[in-house]
Design a protein around this ligand. Structure first.
Ligand code: N01
Length: 534
């Protein structure tokens, strides 16, 4: 067998995943090149610069744990990090670990093809360059392919329009403008209050009303930063043992166990504390519809309390899905924004958008004059970024063909028929149901250990089997089926936000800690479910 490659590993993407993959793999003596489409590192945080962009996980744990020095020297300024602060952090990581010399910016991968004879991957870039490597690692993120709805007339719009995930780097001036925001997911909910303060008028086009928990953001004091640093070992341990990679455990108590008064007090305390921890209030919020209804009801009552106009409040009240069955947003004065004179809510389920005209948006029942439109319409999640790479496996089989009916992977890490390809936070892994850096570090560590073992044994090819993949897909479905998550019929977890996308529940819902144990077990059993040759 001939063996010609330029390097050991090609990594696609220089966000949280790609940066750590480079650091880890290079640290074990492999030659690695990272290809990044953006002109800077940061991935998600490089592209998502929309007003109000901030992480919903708290700063101190939405961060790498692999270096004690890094976590001890970095000073987060707020409870939740704003986009520029995360960018500064990731740039610091790139410098601190001398990563830049192996990162090629402004280099978009347009295709990747497995070479059966040479047992390597050939990757072609948008500049027509061809690079090869023994292993290909995708670090392309789960939410990086913008979903811009195809609304008739968009190309005739005389004003400017932007998707939040492709935001202009020099910002957008809303002053004096009539702005429309389409979409009320986590992104729209972050952007609405900020844009409302700047624009002359804001019209929010809502398709599905959403639950949201107040973030309660604020500055991080020197004392609290020090307390966190003193406790980091324990914080990181809890993250790794948790269901969602957060440094708190979900209560084991049923929401149906306490009296109504006690339950309300528990929710109220969680509401006041703010953040994603609200969903950890009880153990069965995502498994028992009656338990879930108690949380959903609590939030519905809050919306009715906050929003002064009862009709607007009712339109903002989610009734078609339970709390946290779609990714729960957290906000800073989102519902309050609808009390402003300059904010209008349009329910596009009641009156769908029919057309965009040169001067605005026309729904079935009204015309909304606009100078600027913001699409906070989400992403072709999880599969979009991978399918966009035009990956072809053994025998030239396109991934697009293999995944025509939805994604199939083993552990979210490998795809049968695509040897030597590893997908960080791929479909079938906990990824988006987790605090991402925690999920990413676990995947990168597993892949790095796996490559080290292959080299130590003189093996050159690793591929999961159809049987292992089939079993994982079944287990994935069964894990999702134990939760209420697949019941939210408009969820992007199911691909429901992209017209024509197969409805498959994509992330692994069995919990992060359980998943990590399965991965460890697989490795311990000699990489059970994989065929390794050389
Ligand atoms: O996208 P979404 P997002 N006409 O898909 C609506 C992460 N995130 O960018 O629900 C009208 O959630 C759509 O309506 P519906 C987080 O994991 C993290 O907000 O499909 N409306 C929905 O309201 C999050 O879950 C942070 O009926 C249309 C909205 O657009 C994920 O990213 C911050 C439409 C899209 O919501 C995605 O969030 C922000 C159409 N044709 C995001 N098409 C952190 O802090 C879609 N919509 C880490």
């Amino acid at each position: 067998m001939t063996m010609f490659t330029d390097r050991d590993v090609l990594v696609i993407g220089a966000g949280f995943s790609g940066l750590y993959a480079l650091h880890r793999l290079r640290g074990q003596g492999l030659s690695v090149t990272v290809l990044e489409a953006g002109e800077g590192v940061g991935g998600t945080w490089y592209w998502n610069r929309y007003p109000g962009a901030r992480c919903d996980s708290e700063s101190y744990y939405y961060s790498y744990s692999f270096s004690e020095e890094l976590q001890n020297e970095w000073e987060w300024t707020e409870r939740y990090p704003q986009q520029p602060e995360i960018m500064a952090y990731l740039n610091h990581v790139a410098d601190r670990f001398d990563l830049r010399r192996d990162i090629r910016l402004g280099t978009r991968v347009v295709s990747a093809e497995f070479d059966d004879d040479a047992t390597c991957w050939h990757v072609t870039t948008d500049a027509g360059e061809r690079l090869s490597a023994r292993y290909l690692v995708t670090a392309v993120g789960c939410l990086s392919t913008a979903n811009v709805p195809s609304i008739p007339g968009l190309d005739t719009f005389a004003g400017e329009w932007f998707h939040t995930g492709q935001w202009p780097h020099d910002g957008v001036d809303f002053a004096g403008k009539r702005v429309g925001i389409v979409g009320t997911g986590s992104t729209g909910i972050q952007a609405v209050p900020v844009v409302a303060e700047q624009a002359a008028h804001l019209t929010v086009f809502q398709r599905t009303a959403n639950y949201s928990i107040p973030a309660r953001n604020g500055p991080e004091s020197a004392e609290s930063r020090q307390a966190i640093k003193d406790d980091y070992a324990e914080i990181r341990r809890t993250q790794r043992e948790s269901t969602n990679g957060h440094p708190f455990l979900i209560s084991s108590r049923s929401a149906l166990e306490p009296s109504a008064d006690e339950r309300r007090a528990i929710y109220e305390a969680a509401w006041q504390r703010g953040g994603l921890r609200f969903r950890a209030s009880f153990g069965d919020l995502l498994s028992d519809p009656a338990a879930n209804e108690t949380a959903s009801d609590f939030i519905r009552a809050k919306i009715a309390e906050i929003v002064r106009d009862p009709e607007v409040a009712e339109r903002l009240t989610p009734r078609d899905h339970g709390f946290a069955t779609k990714r729960p947003p957290i906000d800073t004065h989102y519902f309050e924004a609808y009390n402003r004179e300059n904010v209008t809510l349009v329910d596009v389920r009641e009156s769908p958008i029919e057309e965009i005209t040169p001067t605005g948006v026309r729904t079935r029942t009204a015309t909304h004059p606009l100078d600027l439109i913001v699409f906070a319409t989400g992403f072709d999640a999880m599969t979009g970024p991978l399918l966009g790479l035009d990956i072809r496996g053994a025998g030239g089989r396109p991934l697009r063909e293999k995944w025509a009916a939805g994604p199939r992977t083993y552990l979210g890490l490998q795809i049968a028929g695509f040897p030597n390809l590893f997908t960080i936070t791929g479909p079938g892994s906990p990824s988006v149901l987790c605090n991402m850096p925690t999920a990413i570090e676990q995947h990168v560590d597993w892949i790095a250990d796996c490559l080290a073992e292959l080299d130590a044994r003189g093996l050159t090819r690793m591929e999961t089997t159809e049987e292992a993949e089939e079993a994982w897909v079944a287990h994935n479905n069964e894990a999702a089926g134990r939760t209420l998550l697949p019941q939210a019929s408009t969820s992007w977890y199911l691909g429901a936000n992209v017209p024509g996308k197969p409805r498959v529940f994509m992330p692994y819902a069995g919990g992060f800690a359980a998943y990590a144990r399965i991965c460890e077990d697989v490795a311990r059993k000699g990489y059970d479910g994989f065929v390794r040759t050389g």
